[in-house]
Ligand binder design. Sequence first.
Ligand code: AMP
Ligand code: MG
Length: 345
Amino acid sequence: METRLLPTDPAEMLREGAREAVRLLEQGEVVALPTETVYGLAGDVQAPDAIAKIFEAKERPSFDPLIVHLPRRDLLPEVAVVEDTLDAALRPLMETFWPGPLTFILPKQPDLSDAVTAGLPTVAVRMSAHPVFKRVIHDFGRPLAAPSANRFGRISPTSASAVQEELDGRIPLILDGGACASGLESTIIRIEPTERKPIAHILRQGPITAEMLKKHVKIAKPKPSPSTTVTVEAPGQTESHYAPNTPLRLLERPEDFHPDPGKRYALLSFRGLEKDGYMELTTFEDVAVLSPGSGKVPEAAVRLFFLMRQLDRLGVDEIIAEPVPEHGIGAAIMDRLRRAAAARG
Ligand code: AMP
Ligand code: MG
């Protein structure tokens, strides 16, 4: 199959691209679309063929559920059953963070296909704020299943060319919306209504941080081991999800590194500053800098998966990663780096 790549800028191109995407979606095809987090591979939740194609193109095991995107909030009852107390707890969060990179785990609507939720009694629901995604789903008019547009166990794509690298020849269309603004997968939460402030269980850290959620909900204490917690509630949250093929080691301190003279290394540096003590540890084959401009964590988030892909292509023996400050979206970056580092074992 030929994979076409269509631009979405200027407005006339977006109109044409969206028309083509909707035409394909209506035929039960799948299309890759940009969102504010990473690129998604979208298909009609009501078309079993489309859902099967998502799993096939991604080589995703059937036990790993998909995220469902809504064109409008009032379509939530089509995919989830939200009783009144849960609705009251969700409302302020949806008003504040939707459309945006926040995914809710909700009780599933019985008619929604088990293939979408991997047989779970719950469904993951989100509303994207990306102009291209919004345009396509609005014109399509119904919910779309859209997990990240990468092959299973690989790094999520944050650009159209990364989607090509992942799925070229497997899908008919990619709409190019440029680089994704936040660069990390959506925050996933489950809300537990209580008599007082609702409790939010963060199942996957992401662009909507605990600090941002705190105003509306009490944040449940994370369970000690992230991988075991999430395995139960979110089967997709395995370490390998965020790992490059090359083994990645997260160094907490420069002095913990003793290079093996026979090995080739690359460095994933936070700011690329010598004074941090990582740059001079060995002769790195390449040094990729997460935040060359501002030294701020949002810039690092945008560049993380892009640079991981770049370093992965070098074929070095090991990627050494510096830690980033763990505030704001830095917590989600460190979560991905820890999972990537854990996946090598
Ligand atoms: P992706 O969009 O590729 O990040 O993949 C969707 C991820 O959302 C899955 O790997 C799961 O971790 C999570 N997810 C989807 N549905 C559910 C659900 N019903 N319960 C918990 N997690 C879910
Ligand atoms: Mg994914």
